[in-house]
Unconditional design. Sequence first.
Length: 114
Amino acid sequence: QVQLVESGGNLVQPGGSLSLSCAASGLTFRNYDMSWYRQSPGKQRELVAAIGAAGNINYADSVKGRFTISRDNAKNTVYLQMNSLKPEDTAKYYCNARWVMTLWGQGTQVTVTS
């Protein structure tokens, strides 16, 4: 079964950290460009960070210096380390895989509040 499963979302105070994981199955993970998107109520889904199959990395300006994306092809997993979290980072975070097909996970909720 082809699927992406996110985990790691939680409620955290401003300034805190979270680490998200996205485990892929049923696909040749190493060939896929992997990304993290987020969406909060009433807003469009936006790209947070991306890591290509070749290892090239991009970040949204709003998370540069605070978030780090990485991948482990041996574990078919992509990660998002989030530091110095702000209330505006509150959203549902989605994993995306793109190559011969495009896949989305079900999302994991991140809430940043005091």
